[in-house]
Ligand binder design. Sequence first.
Ligand code: GUN
Length: 296
Amino acid sequence: MSADRIDGKAFAGGLRERLAATVPAFTAATGRVPGLAVVLVGEDPASSVYVRSKGKATVEAGMASFEHKLPADATQAELLAIIDQLNRDDAVDGILVQLPLPKQLDEQTVIAAIDPDKDVDGFHIANAGRLAVGQPGFVPCTPLGCLMLLKDRIGDLSGLEAVVIGRSNIVGKPMAQLLLGESCTVTIAHSRTRDLPAVVRRADIVVAAVGRPEMVKGDWLKAGAVVIDVGINRVAGSEAGKTKLVGDVDYASAAEVASAITPVPGGVGPMTIAVLLRNTVVAAHRRAGLAPPAGL
Ligand code: GUN
């Protein structure tokens, strides 16, 4: 048996086209385009690449992109001053502070300073709380993208057994909340979980977000499970000196048992930016007192 490959890149492309198509009506109603501000502190190469791709995708969707770059030794006061300015700026609907931050800066304080109604990352405790109690807010982009792929593949998730491996605030915990909201029976597994393969074998849906290359093996899976691989791990490639990206799931063995699985790259990764744009479009509509377009 060979699992279907869930094409996150194609799904994300479709979502980005649908988002771009909503911009003219927003502009007709408000006289402006939705705007996303991204703040980057320091010059971490991976973060710089992400920030560039976010800016490019924002402009491609017909939206306004604002970039703020601070030196690696920026102070907390300097960063908070920029957030305050962006909170007040009417042209800015979404604010994203690229993580991780240099160690002199306190992430929780910085996130708490973002206006929750512009918190398109969904990291503010107000948005975590709204998700937990089922009120409208903003949901972190990666787990929301995973949920979109699951619903597109499966349809109604009600009653399914879901195992989320990883308990981070950015992926594991919000993913579990979203699946609970879809009436799944949810287990959050983590580094202290006993007999992880046995726990994963119960699952109709597996979401792997642990950051350990190819940890989840095919013989951990129930036949026909749907597997979402959030991992992006850089490992040595077969050619000397070359590296390659792999997920948290051993794709080859998992594809023998699963019914569908996301590849790495080309699965969850492209969804994150598309959902960031989606959250920005939703933020723009809410801030303008308009109903967000249906079907996003
Ligand atoms: N760093 C890695 N992923 C993310 C993300 O989704 N949002 C932010 N702000 N920083 C990140």
